[in-house]
Design a protein around this ligand. Structure first.
Ligand code: UD1
Length: 367
């Protein structure tokens, strides 16, 4: 059986790595890895392949940046001949980035079966490009692997046949579980404590320049004692240039380059709090038991609120300040691994093995 994986952007890599690994243990499976090149900086891509011990991509489509239409179209145009040439039995796509929907669309038009890893997540906010990507990818997919039961419910409500849906757990947590011990050895030197860890890249936060300025001012003054470490995404770096942001010498805010996976994971685990607009980080902090303040009005990952450590502070700076104060006032709970494993069902480090079994069993059954 020939399986082709499509990855493109930073959050895809930690999801694909465990699935590639799990499938490599099945002797009947041959795998091809295609990188669309949506993320191309070494700090956004190459270092992840090294640290996650992923095989080098068989092909890099080199599409790079552009508007959504340009990027999606460029991926489709470059991917179609690859699919015709390689003729896989099944294509695996991950998450909700433009590479995910572009590849799924090409497959469905050519009649090639598609499996979506991380299916069923919904923010119900169609102003997010990722929500459009999720909705379309799920409608086009033949196999849908969900991380949590809310994903199944969303898909059933949208008319997806239940036979296509498989609740397998969270592959991103597989990577975290495997690499946490190595990450702990990579804790960066000279980190001031206590610290909050910040990431920002959503258009809703970084493309509104007046808001971005206010947010940075607020983050710089959350608490006298709190240092703020902020690894800056390339999109955000451009915006900081546009607003001419200069950090004052006595500011507790430290701007860093995007960090490799292991260093970032180590910093997450020891942080007093994480402040973010990322999707995956809401999940990782939930698993780690680290308080997470999410700078969004909604989340496609509600389980991180109901069972985890996440709270939405939206676009409300007072809410952000109050939530940060509250977190700092509470003694930090240390979570043992036993506790963690029971927190969200199936976030146990074995989701990719379940995916591999379902795929291999399906192929044996002629599906
Ligand atoms: C993409 C995903 C988002 C994901 C995020 C994680 C979509 C629609 N969005 O957003 O879901 O959470 O990745 O990082 O697919 N850039 C660089 N170097 C790079 C990559 C990007 O400089 O390696 C610049 C681009 O020039 C562009 C900007 O960053 O101006 C945005 O990149 P893009 O791939 O469009 O989307 P992200 O904002 O990274």
């Amino acid at each position: 059986m020939h399986i082709l994986h499509v990855v493109g952007a930073r959050p895809n890599f930690m999801k694909a790595a465990p699935v590639l690994r799990a499938l490599s243990h099945h002797p009947t499976v041959r795998q091809t890895l295609v990188h669309t090149g949506q993320h191309y900086d070494a700090a956004m891509s190459d270092v992840f392949f090294q640290q996650l011990e992923m095989p080098q991509p068989d092909l890099n489509l080199g599409v790079g940046s552009g508007t959504h239409a340009q990027q999606t179209a460029a991926i489709m145009q470059a991917f179609e001949p690859v699919l015709l040439d390689r003729k896989p039995h099944l294509v695996l796509v991950y998450g909700d980035v433009n590479s995910t929907v572009a590849a799924a669309l090409v497959c469905s038009k050519l009649g090639v079966r598609v499996a979506h890893v991380e299916a069923g997540l919904r923010s119900r906010d169609r102003s997010m490009p990722e929500e459009i990507n999720r909705l379309l990818t799920d409608q086009l997919s033949d196999l849908l692997f969900t991380p949590s039961a809310d994903g199944d419910e969303n898909l059933l409500r949208e008319g997806v046949d239940s036979s296509k849906i498989h609740l397998v757990g969270n592959v991103m947590i597989d990577t975290l579980v495997r690499l946490l011990p190595s990450a702990q050895e990579r804790f960066p030197p000279n980190v001031p404590r206590p610290y909050g860890l910040v990431t920002l890249h959503r258009p809703s936060n970084v493309d509104d320049l007046a808001w971005l300025r206010q947010l940075l001012t607020t983050l710089s003054a959350l608490d006298d004692q709190l240092h703020i470490l902020f690894p800056v995404h390339p999109r955000t770096r451009q915006r900081l240039g546009e607003i001419g942001f200069v950090r004052s010498p006595d500011s507790p805010l430290r701007l860093l380059d995007p960090l490799p996976y292991l260093e970032f994971l180590a910093l997450q685990q020891q942080a007093a709090m994480v402040i973010t607009d990322s999707g995956g980080i809401q999940e990782e902090t939930t698993f780690l038991g680290v308080p997470c303040l999410t700078l969004r009005e909604n989340t496609e990952r509600p389980i991180t609120i109901t069972l985890g450590t996440n709270q939405l502070v939206g676009r409300d700076l007072n809410k952000l300040r109050d939530a940060a104060k509250q977190v700092l006032a509470q003694p930090r709970q240390q979570n043992g691994s036993e506790q963690r494993e029971t927190r969200v069902p199936l976030w146990d480090g074995h989701a990719a093995e379940r995916i591999a079994q379902i795929i291999v069993r399906g192929s044996a059954d002629g599906k």
